[in-house]
Ligand binder design. Structure first.
Ligand SMILES: Cc1cc2nc3c(=O)[nH]c(=O)nc-3n(C[C@H](O)[C@H](O)[C@H](O)COP(=O)(O)OP(=O)(O)OC[C@H]3O[C@@H](n4cnc5c(N)ncnc54)[C@H](O)[C@@H]3O)c2cc1C
Length: 435
């Protein structure tokens, strides 16, 4: 392609879409390059279990400024969650049950101890490097739990309460979670509400279509990028099918786990390369289960790695049946055809429950994500991510995986995409004015 674009945005997930939209609205000529035959990335709605389901990111909150701004402008509201029902939790190998208050009564003091220093460590969440967190960066979530000296029962309860977002206590650093909790005033419950309670009316697809309608960017689907070369005056982007696309600048809005598949020249700084090499360790997934009948609401909590179903809850009644949402810590343990295996796993908590259908998308097995939501390994959150947020010549990075706010979320993707668009716009304006 001989045309010289102002900006080439690579990856049409939430981050790339918003960056392309914002820049094209400012009058720049933008091309948006997407590997898949659809946009939306790790947000994805599809027909499953007899209805349309969110197979990736779905939950948002009015406390998240970017997502809420988009929803309000587009006139989209959110769905209220269903009432909480009986809680079941797996601890010391046995199933326990009680009211939600019973469960929170055990877990709340443990969570308070786990996150006691969150606001001290991240007093200004919008600037995660405001104070030196080198020591904290060395800690995994497992190290932090070990330091609490809790009983094995308390440990299981604590790990189970985290299992909706944490799939490996050893591989995930405590820094990102402390930062997330600090963002919500030191309250893990408040953070969890933003991460998994309110879904978008009409779904993520409605939001994405709304944002797409506002852009004049040229969208190229089914166009995986395999090289990016910053040549000083312009960037040349190579695609798997042999195209060369030229632009003054580029925004790379790819999952951290696929950046390594792209040959980037000149080489990135060491801290950025190290984070790309270490990858997002999240190998978890989201399973939908359709169960027979309109059953009473329930929630299940089981420590990651100790049971195939970790955080499950009834989501809504549908066509005489009930949909159950379940976060599973081990992608490899889920086979989307194994309805009876899932039924057996659920029956440990709710005997007699009948599974009619299940739906699962393996984000780990998907070559254009190679992992789930972002959870930084120890040593990355305040180092590699910070480095990747800086411009590298004409190459800028964006995406929820490196976002300064709410990393690993839709809000993180939107805020990071919007920031990258602002940075590129300033750069192009200065270049135009020769200042
Ligand atoms: C199962 C699951 C549940 C989640 N639940 C929630 C939730 O409830 N709430 C929440 O806020 N967040 C949730 N998240 C996280 C959230 O979905 C993501 O953080 C966010 O959508 C990521 O947006 P992004 O634009 O940064 O990256 P992505 O959405 O991954 O977009 C990157 C894009 O780059 C494309 N791409 C990859 N490689 C190439 C290439 N070589 N060339 C060109 N294009 C390429 C991809 O196809 C993709 O479209 C969840 C994630 C998962 C997986």
């Amino acid at each position: 392609m001989d045309r010289l674009f102002d900006v080439a945005v690579i990856g049409a997930g939430m981050a790339g879409i918003v960056a392309a939209r914002d820049l094209s609205k400012k009058g720049y000529e933008v091309v948006l390059l997407e590997a898949r035959d659809r946009i939306g990335g790790r947000t994805y709605m599809d027909h499953a279990c007899g209805t349309v389901l969110e197979l990736g990111g779905a939950y948002v909150h009015w406390t998240q400024p970017h997502i809420w701004g988009e929803l309000q402008r587009l006139g989209i509201s959110v769905n209220a969650p269903t009432q909480e029902g009986r809680s079941y939790w797996l601890a010391d190998g046995a199933v326990h049950s009680g009211s939600p208050e019973d469960f929170y009564g055990i877990v709340a003091p443990l969570l308070e101890r786990l996150f006691a220093d969150s606001r001290a460590r991240f007093p200004m969440p919008f600037d995660p490097t405001a104070i030196d967190n080198t020591e904290i960066e060395k800690e995994s979530i497992e190290d932090r739990i070990n330091s609490l000296n809790v009983s094995s029962h308390e440990r299981d309860v604590l790990e189970a309460a985290l299992s909706g977002v944490v799939h490996s206590y050893k591989d995930h650093g405590i820094a990102q979670l402390l930062h997330a909790v600090a963002t919500y005033f030191g309250n893990f419950g408040a953070f969890l509400e933003t991460a998994g309670t309110w879904s978008i009316q009409g779904g993520t697809k409605r939001l994405i279509n709304g944002m797409l309608d506002e852009t004049t960017a040229k969208l190229l689907l089914s166009t995986p990028v395999d090289s990016i070369a910053d040549e000083g005056s312009q960037v040349t982007i190579g695609t798997r099918d042999g195209q060369k696309i030229h632009a003054r600048t580029t925004i790379v809005a790819l999952p951290i786990n696929t950046i390594g598949d792209v040959d980037i020249t000149p080489a990135l700084p060491h801290a950025a390369q190290s984070m790309i090499a270490k990858k997002n360790p999240t190998l978890a997934g989201k399973l939908w289960i359709r169960v027979r009948g309109e059953i009473e609401p329930f929630s299940i909590y089981a420590p990651a790695g100790k049971y195939p179903l970790n955080a499950a809850r009834t989501e809504r009644h549908f066509d005489g049946d009930t949909l159950v949402l379940c976060m599973c810590s081990d992608d490899a343990a889920i086979r989307s055809e194994d309805r009876l295996g899932v039924q057996a796993a659920l029956r440990k908590f709710i005997p007699g429950i009948e599974v009619v259908d299940i739906a699962y998308h393996s984000w780990v097995g998907d070559e254009f994500s190679k992992g789930g939501w972002m959870m930084n390994r120890p040593g990355c959150f305040t180092t590699g991510a910070v480095e990747l947020r800086k411009p590298h010549g004409n190459i800028h990075f964006a995406g929820s995986d490196i976002s300064v706010s709410e990393a690993g979320s839709i809000e993180g993707a939107l805020s990071s995409g919007a920031q990258a668009a602002r940075d590129v716009s300033v750069k192009l304006t200065k270049r135009h004015l020769k200042i």
